[in-house]
Design a protein around this ligand. Structure first.
Ligand code: GZL
Ligand code: ZN
Length: 339
């Protein structure tokens, strides 16, 4: 009997509250009587066999996402006690909802996902709750009224990331009346909403102003296209680009160079993520400052999943620590960067 069936079967047991002698099966230890943590699929410390974890990933839109996926797939391995079911939603919420529903019907032990946008999750998370399948959020948050719909949220503080970027910009460039164009992340996504909020608060009261702002959906291609539009519309007025991620900043660099201007010199650039390509551009002087957003969430996810299934209490919010780099710091850090 595979783990999945055992979990569903045990779930059934608890519901019927009768204790049938379980068919001897595979490597299962005695799951305990109906109603015990094991029987309700709570897992119980003695849960034998791998933890079946269904993960719904946003997509493969950026270098950050690739590093995040790698961390999850490299950590949630069979030898680490997991049977990982992984799906890529191509940045579509309906694909994530569909994947979560399929994990529920498979009767996985735990569901984890990075919600592409903040809203629209309550129904499917309610279904997971009714199926007694714990849900862990990684990377991005949901704006849900009912926070019993997930057991833990592991991710960076995006408002702080925007604040750190804005504070550095004011420190470095105040007094020049700098005009900023903003490349926003995916509309409705927690990092886009929160980074914008943090940055705007940090520059408020200074002589730095945002003269235009548009989503580039966290991708290099769209960042380039939107920057081309900004250059046509605002030309030499543009003193700085604030991009919500490195990939859109790298796209902006292509557009700026195509317009015969020097990125990092004629037009300053501040981005967020600190993935390898971004850090290289920073070291090369084409970007001026990068605030890191650590994508290596696999170990925390594995730890929380094991604790939840062992019936241990877990922290509701785990804030991932981020650093920030200027050009000199990037040169020093590059050789040791893990992503
Ligand atoms: C942030 C993450 C964002 C990255 C982008 O934690 O959700 O999504 O900043 C990625 O690069 O696409
Ligand atoms: Zn929000």
């Amino acid at each position: 009997m595979t783990n999945l069936n055992r979990r569903t079967f045990l779930g059934g047991l608890a519901a019927s509250a009768i204790v049938l002698p379980l068919a001897a099966c595979g490597n299962d230890t005695d799951p305990g009587t109906a109603g015990s943590p094991a029987a309700t699929g709570g897992g119980g410390g003695d849960k034998a066999g791998p933890i079946v974890l269904g993960f719904s990933q946003v997509g493969a839109e950026s270098g950050w996402r690739a590093a995040n996926t790698k961390s999850i797939q490299e950590t949630l391995t069979a030898e680490n006690g997991f049977d990982l079911k992984f799906s890529d939603a191509q940045q579509k919420q309906e694909n994530q909802i569909q994947a979560i529903r399929s994990y529920i019907s498979q009767g996985v032990d735990v569901i984890a996902f990075s919600p592409v946008v903040e809203t629209g999750w309550d129904a499917v998370l309610q279904e997971a709750k009714e199926a007694k399948i714990p849900v862990i959020l990684t990377d991005r948050a949901v704006d849900s009224q009912d926070d019993s719909l997930y057991v833990s949220f592991i991710g960076s503080d995006f408002v702080l990331e925007g604040d750190t970027a804005g504070k550095w910009a004011v420190e470095q460039y105040k007094g020049q009346g700098l005009k900023i164009v903003e490349l926003q992340g995916t509309t409705g996504a927690a990092p886009a909403i929160d980074r914008k909020e943090g940055f705007e608060k940090a520059i408020a009261g200074s002589d730095l102003t945002i003269i235009d702002s548009q989503t580039g959906n966290f991708t290099r291609t769209e960042g380039k296209t939107v920057m081309e539009g900004f250059l046509q519309k605002h030309g030499d007025q543009i003193g700085m680009v604030f991009a919500h991620n490195d990939d859109m900043g790298l796209g902006a660099i292509e557009a700026i160079e195509a317009a015969g201007k020097k990125p990092g010199v004629d037009i300053k650039i501040i981005t967020i993520d600190a993935v390898k390509d971004g850090m290289q551009a920073l070291a090369d002087g084409k970007i001026n400052y990068i605030v890191e957003c650590n994508p290596l969430l696999g170990p925390d996810l594995a730890d929380i999943a094991k604790k939840v299934l062992a019936g241990e209490s877990v922290q509701k919010r785990i804030v991932v620590k981020d650093e920030a780099f200027d050009q000199e710091q990037a040169k020093a850090a590059l050789p040791d960067r893990k992503y």
